[in-house]
Design a protein around this ligand. Sequence first.
Ligand code: ADP
Ligand code: MG
Length: 412
Amino acid sequence: MRIIVQKFGGTSVATAEGRQMVREKVKQALVSGFKPVVVVSAMGRRNDPYATDTMIELLKKENATPNKHELDFMMCCGEMLSAAVMAAGLQQDGLRAMALTGGQAGIITDDSFGTARILKIDTKNLMQLVSSGVIPVVCGFQGRTEDGLHLTTLGRGGSDTTGAALGAALNAELVEIYTDVDGIMTADPRMVDSAQILDKISYGEICQLAQQGAKVIHPRAVEIAMQKNIPMVVKSTFSDAPGTLISNVRDDGGDALIADRIAAGVTYLQSLAQVMVPLKAEDQQGSVTIFQAMADKEISVDCLNVQPEAVRFTVAEPDADAAGAVLTGLGYAPVVTKRCAKVTVVGGGMREVPGVMATFVSALANQEIAIFQTVDSNTSISAIIAQERLCDAVRSLHAGFALEKSAQPSLE
Ligand code: ADP
Ligand code: MG
């Protein structure tokens, strides 16, 4: 059985026109000989009447601090409305479709409300439906606990995770992530006009891009698909563009990796604060004390840089004051710089290529953007900069790494 999982995001299902396009995509999959399993997000984004944020507001008007059970219960409603509407639409077209909650679709999670992890997927119901010619329309972003007592939600980007996890559990031939852009781009098109669609990207590259801020797909979804080597395609509900294939394998049938380009894209994270803590020479255990203190306060740290004379790291801006206070309490004199951002260039083939760091720093220097700190991995370089220079930095790096539409591809 050739199963395809088709996940449709909030903007795809928000309007009647969008849902009409969704129905067409499902029909195309049928015509191509696939058995579709549809996953839907809630309809629309913040401020839309049936969006998840709207549901939360309704609940919090009644009680600002509801129990976690009711909060997740409420957060499951948006997808339920969406799945019912979508299944009814497909039925209107003469197809056999059935709306299912995450739990009815067999998605079993732990009980970490709001950020639940999928423990297993019991595919019995889905397999029965699919093999009898019914199109399941599954609520994204949700599951249920093993004992069936609680509905749970999977956290930000959760519907992508549902799509990938169902794809893996059902051994799907392909997982399609439908959204409002034509594919994964070299930068966020809302910031960079000249961003272009990538026709292919490796699991590793998109995982890094997503972790470093690119909102187009959730990194957890990519990890799940990667584990079972299930190809994913990110594409638009509103066009016939082929989209971006996420896979490690080239078209030529060989097993060569596609991740050999210096730069695949530029991405960013905002609302960070940099913490710099000067160390005294006699304080040899300083970095241990500092990071243990952050851990004890449950403050996540990133971009760690430890040197004999100072420790530097970043925290989410809302944690900045708490981090500063804890360190001051321990007798340090931290310098906390708020309103920072992190810009990152990702490229599967940048390791050991001479001149990559030079290209990176000169792109920022050209715009007179001060670098507070850099961090790099085999496949990425990041800089911490002032948030007010973020747009200039992203655009300059995008141009500097020849990612613009008109530019020549940097490799191949
Ligand atoms: P959905 O509701 O379909 O899940 P999202 O808003 O989660 O849609 O993701 C799509 C959005 O991601 C696009 O509208 C685009 O603005 C944004 N985006 C950020 N970075 C990128 C990128 N590198 N490539 C494509 N889109 C990106
Ligand atoms: Mg999304």
